[in-house]
Design a protein around this ligand. Structure first.
Ligand code: ATP
Ligand code: MG
Length: 183
């Protein structure tokens, strides 16, 4: 599986449909402060099923919708399309019928998020599992947020341990143990 294109529509600062072509090898994004580089990475994490508003630098999930500027009015929905080259057919069953997968997430004000896979409605969980099985996903340690490294260096030992546990993917085990202890 290989990401080949990301399209943002009404997502954060990308009000008009904008394509990011992801070719072979390394893709770099350069531009002045505030031009939207981090927003691109957030779009990638969001379409893979991110549910934490804080990870999207927002107070609520609807904050990803273009909020308007002095010259452009706010939008009612945000959409991100992720094209995946699946010619190696490594996508898990249920997703693996096609050479190309298109995952779409759309959030509409006062309605919430909906996901599609090659045009068919799917659940958030299906999309999250697709990427979890492919060892990527919204919480993957492969996606390093801006400031995350200095957060790690400056964190107190307990907080640093939490960050490392999240990266190692074991924080869910603590959650489950905590729930078990309550029972
Ligand atoms: P830096 O180089 O400083 O890291 P950057 O290229 O990563 O900058 P981003 O943080 O991706 O920039 O983009 C920030 C811009 O996105 C800001 O101008 C902010 O106003 C805009 N923005 C964020 N959310 C929205 C939204 N919902 N609607 C409109 N614009 C938004
Ligand atoms: Mg940035």
């Amino acid at each position: 599986m290989r990401f080949s294109k990301l399209r943002l529509t009404g997502f954060k600062s990308f009000v008009d449909p904008t394509d990011l072509i992801i070719g072979d090898g390394l893709t770099g994004v350069v531009g002045p402060n505030g031009c939207g580089k981090s927003n691109l990475l957030e779009a990638l994490r969001w379409v893979m099923g991110e549910t934490r508003a804080k990870a999207m630098r927002g107070g609520g999930m609807e904050d990803v919708i273009f909020a308007g500027t002095t010259s452009r009015s706010a939008r009612n929905f945000a959409e991100v399309n992720l094209l995946i080259d699946n010619s190696d057919r490594l996508a898990p069953s249920g997703f693996n019928e096609a050479d190309q997968l298109e995952i779409v997430r759309r959030i509409t004000r006062d309605v919430g998020s909906a996901y599609k896979s090659n045009g068919k409605d799917v659940r958030a969980r299906d999309v999250q599992m697709l990427f979890a099985d492919a060892s990527t996903g919204a919480h993957s340690p492969a996606l390093v947020r801006q400031g995350q490294i200095s957060e790690l260096i400056n964190a107190k030992p307990k907080a640093r341990r939490r960050i490392l546990e999240e990266a190692a993917g074991i924080s869910g085990l603590y959650q489950r143990r905590h729930e078990a202890e309550l029972k």
